[in-house]
Design a protein around this ligand. Sequence first.
Ligand SMILES: C[S@@+](CC[C@H](N)C(=O)[O-])C[C@H]1O[C@@H](n2cnc3c(N)ncnc32)[C@H](O)[C@@H]1O
Length: 242
Amino acid sequence: MQVRTLKTPAGTFRLLVDAYQDDLLRDEDRTSVFARMVYDWADGADFADLGAGTGPLSVVAANAGARRVVAVERHPKRARLLEKNLRKHAPKEVSWEVVKADARSVEIDADVVVCEMIDTLLLEEDFVDVINAVLEQYRPRVLPPRVWIGRRPLSDPPRVPRYAPTEVRGAECLEVIRTDRKIPKSFEYETPGTGYEFLTWVEYEGRVAGGSEVFCPGLRVRTPGRGVRGERGEGLASLEHV
Ligand SMILES: C[S@@+](CC[C@H](N)C(=O)[O-])C[C@H]1O[C@@H](n2cnc3c(N)ncnc32)[C@H](O)[C@@H]1O
């Protein structure tokens, strides 16, 4: 267990973190984009943080005027640290609760939901399943409102798919995924070149996050066919050439 200082528009907090959460918080672009969104939308809200980790976004929401914060985290050790962080940092008038559960199956009614389970092409993590499960139950504002998918041609594609940190700016945008409606599980992109780096990023108020070692590194793939397709949330193994 370590301590990391988090500076946000809602205040500065010393948070208990594990190594994974520490790496995530070191990505300042990622953290500042999400902290800003939460700060802008939490005031007066019944707020849910799905995949809360050790709680940076829940702590921001609690200090940005949320009336109630429900933080869902399935990893037991992170959920314990999350609870300690909220106990220390949530103002007394804010009611909060930590739910140790899979966010795909919890029943929560909230006005605003943040979910940072975003990975490259939305392939490996549960983002799409979680958002779709939420939208089947109720209609909150979902943060982030949009996720960008893009690509850049590669002259020397690797033999097998490979993740690597990269710059997302200047990429060709393939799709903008909106989170206010059901997100399709399947995707298919045409690949007229022999290899591409696929990119995923989040933009908010002029800030851009993506392409870092810990948040949506580029996915470099050979593209011998006319396209690639895959299933969001079903992992890299679902990626195939068409
Ligand atoms: C990328 S971290 C984000 C942590 C924190 N919200 C932040 O922005 O720094 C995603 C977190 O979601 C949790 N998680 C992943 N899938 C989950 C699921 N299906 N249900 C609940 N938690 C999940 C992971 O254990 C991890 O702590």
